[in-house]
Design a protein around this ligand. Sequence first.
Ligand code: ZN
Length: 334
Amino acid sequence: MNSKIKIILTSFLLLFLLIACAPLSEEDYYEEEYVAETDAEVPFSGEAMSCPVITDQIIDLAVYGSEGEEDLLDEELVLVSYMVDGDEILDPAYEDVPDDLLEQQEDTELHQQLWDYYMALIPAEQRGTIAEYAITTDGVGGTLASVAQTAYDPNLWVLNVDVADTANYYELTYTLVHEFAHVLTLGPDQVVPSLAVFNNPEDNNIYLQELSACPDYFPGEGCANADSYIDDFYFQFWEELREEWDVINLEEDEDARTELLDEFYSQYEDRFVTSYAATNPEEDIAEAFTFFVFSSQPAGDTIAEEKILFFYNYPELVELRAMILNNMCTSFPE
Ligand SMILES: [Zn+2]
């Protein structure tokens, strides 16, 4: 297979990987193995600029995962969707759900409390892209939160939060910032949405046309701006791995792909802040951003540390980091 076709197929497959994610609660097997094999110290721990005890715990959980028991449903369900208007959530749309989920569906106070916490963490001027807030669940464990373009406008995004996974505020905080990082790096200011792809999500030919018309990195939503964070990140950290990455991404069998990804991560462990970051460039930049927020500035001894340092090149992100940390310190529950 020639390399151009491989690149095209690679990027095409990426479309289907976006963007649901559960960096903390998804205990894939290579994360377990990582702990057993390395018995490592927690990397990058220590003095973030404030709340060091909280940030240490957040990073610790991100690296090692939590020990909670999973109790997953067969599928992920939306319980209720709210429209977002500035700071307000309103017009709840209730889905038909099994009786045993009614209590979670009707816990308006908890829904509001979780939204308030997201608002408290993320500065208002960075929240404009989120137009919808959905309470979902796939049971205990699995996906804690995710983001995606709304069904009606590719410039607007929905934040999904699984109420069953929100008791641990260390995990919740990490994951909300991780999901915010997706919106920050893939939102319309950074990646101009492809209307053709958005309106024809099943049409491979349209996808390939849009992809080949993009001179920069194509994360799936559209063509990344040349000066976007994800484009710079991709060409700095992923371009050199492209041929190896193509083999993994082209693997259609899920088990085989997981195995290849496991090998990829084992081989390049020092390139990634977590095993989950090796999933794809989009998850990698989101994980690296979240470590940038919650860990102290590293020396840059590994590529993983270079990925954290990457964000220090952008003064606006350094400022944003300080704001998020400060916000967290004042709103993290006692
Ligand atoms: Zn993610």
